[in-house]
Design a binder for this molecule. Structure first.
Ligand code: DQA
Length: 139
């Protein structure tokens, strides 16, 4: 059985309440249940933190044992050399995801410290971006 983990960064614990015109009105817990039943042949774990170092610790921990990591580092995408370095350092392939199309938003969201080290990047499809990322690991 393939082992995948979704790692979500800061403020994504507020999905459903946070700027619903951009991020939608569904909570991530509800969406995760849908993903888990859709991909019931996959072991799908989940981790969320608002703290940069905790995200790095989780990437290091998962990055030598899981088959794939789906990473939405949220705002840290645009600022964190440390998270970019962690993605580069680990063996497990990482697919970077974003709910919104960051390229249609403010210029500071166009920069990613992760993309260069990711297997691929999926953005702009709402929560469906996570579904597409999981799909990419089971093709
Ligand atoms: C985001 C986009 C980021 O720019 C933002 O800081 C987020 C969410 C997205 O999923 O669209 O928190 O990663």
């Amino acid at each position: 059985m393939k082992q995948l983990i979704i790692i979500n960064g800061p403020n994504l614990n507020l999905l459903g309440k946070r700027e619903p015109e951009i991020y939608g009105s569904q909570t991530f817990d509800d969406y995760l249940n849908i993903l888990k039943s859709k991909y019931n042949k996959v072991k799908l774990d989940y981790f969320q933190s608002n703290i940069e170092g905790e995200l790095i610790n989780k990437l290091q921990e998962a990055g030598f044992s899981y088959d794939g990591i789906v990473l939405n580092a949220a705002a840290y995408t645009h600022t964190s050399v440390g998270i970019g370095d962690a993605v580069k350092a680990i063996e497990t392939p990482v697919v970077e995801v974003h709910i919104s199309n960051t390229f249609s938003r403010e210029a500071f969201r166009h920069q990613s410290y992760i993309s260069a080290h990711a297997k691929g990047v999926i953005l702009g499809f709402g929560l469906k971006s996570y579904d597409l990322a999981i799909e990419s690991f089971i093709l």
